[in-house]
Design a protein around this ligand. Structure first.
Ligand code: PLP
Length: 356
């Protein structure tokens, strides 16, 4: 297995891939592969419902919420959220903490009125704003945050306590830690980091937010999904099957507390090297905003960064280039990245530093 630090699609648990491979041609003795089954069949429906039940259990999601599966990636949610939650009388409030929240805001601007509730853009997205600096408008329909900023490597460690619905893009840190669902009203995530392969998007939405005004296109209306158990049309069956296996793996690993403990240890291994390097590695995120999923850093010069990336590639590390919009280096260490791989990277970084 490669030393895979890709930002998404990203490493999947080996046990999940092995299980899928075992069932590849003959799912549950049906004589068919999972993607050959009808989405109306009992066998598929069992997988579909199991994925929903496991997610509910892992995140302690109460009956006040619907769990729905869609396509179109997290990017489609940038549009669907304002389409479904914003009215002519209200304003969508956004906290800007990186490129993805910026994109979410731009889409909302096309639908209705928006406001920036807080932003760390001017500082270069090195941090998450203080909760006390978040100012929402009186007519706010919701407050949108990006819980983990995949490109800049920052993460929220506390969440806003506001009297309006909180919407969180958790594409790059869902299932990395336990959550208190009371703090959220809508959570969404493209699957291709911690949940499974690309192709399915998960939305967890408080039931009271789902309203059918009869005007939205059917496939852009949350009500269509919630009233049909996400089976109004053909869902991405293979992706949902793999999601169900990933959820089973998280449960078998000990649930979200155990996953969080491991993630903390993994992130610490890399940040400790950055901190001990005395400026050889320059972490992008301020310490109290550091992400446990995406560790972003630079070296003193572009040449040295390029040398580091070239030698890392030669040593077998995959995916360490920073996002094309910011450059530098980024190690994405999602749930499925084994801690041994992270320790190997930390040792590589140390040796590179000592030799350069
Ligand atoms: N939001 C965040 C935080 C992301 O990291 C990404 C992709 O990396 C997206 C949104 C966009 O997701 P998708 O490609 O599923 O539309």
């Amino acid at each position: 297995r490669a030393l895979n630090f890709n930002a998404g699609p990203a490493a999947l648990p080996q046990a999940v891939l092995e299980k899928a491979e075992k069932n590849w041609l003959n799912f549950n003795n049906s004589g068919m592969a999972i993607m050959e089954l009808s989405h109306r069949s009992k066998e598929y429906e069992a997988v579909h419902n199991q994925a929903i039940t496991s997610l509910r259990k892992l995140l302690s999601i109460s009956d006040d919420f619907e769990v729905i599966f869609l396509q179109g990636g997290a990017s489609l949610q940038f549009s669907m959220i304002p389409m479904n939650l914003l009215s002519e009388e209200s304003t969508a409030n956004y906290v800007l903490t990186g490129s993805w929240s910026d994109k979410a805001l731009k889409e909302a601007n096309k639908i209705g009125k928006t406001a920036v509730a807080a932003s760390t853009k001017e500082g270069g997205y090195h941090s998450i704003p203080n909760l006390s600096d978040i100012k929402v408008t009186e007519d706010a329909a919701y407050l949108h945050i990006t819980s983990n900023n995949t490109i800049y490597g920052t993460q929220w460690h506390q969440f806003p306590d506001v009297a309006i619905p909180v919407v969180a893009d958790m594409s790059s840190d869902i299932l990395s830690r336990p959550l208190n669902m009371d703090q959220f009203d809508l959570i969404y995530a493209g699957a291709q980091k911690n949940l499974g392969p690309s192709g399915v998007t998960v939305v967890i939405i408080r039931k009271e937010l789902i309203k059918d005004n009869g005007k939205l296109p059917t496939m852009l209306n949350y009500h269509t999904y919630s009233s049909n158990n996400s089976l109004y049309n053909t869902p991405p069956t293979l992706a949902i099957y793999l999601l169900s296996l990933v959820l089973e793996w998280v449960e078998e690993t000990g649930g979200l507390e155990a996953i969080q403990k491991e993630n903390t240890e993994k992130a610490h291994a890399l940040y400790a090297e950055i901190d001990e390097s005395n400026g050889f590695y320059i972490g992008h995120a301020e310490k109290n905003s550091r992400s446990q999923m995406n560790v972003t850093f630079n070296l003193a010069s572009e040449q040295l960064s390029a040398k580091f990336l070239a030698e890392a590639k030669h040593a077998g590390f995959v995916g360490l280039n920073g996002h094309r919009s910011v450059g530098g280096c980024r190690a994405s260490i999602y749930n499925a990245v084994p801690k041994e791989h992270v320790h190997e990277l930390a040792s590589f970084m140390k040796n590179f530093r000592l030799n350069n």
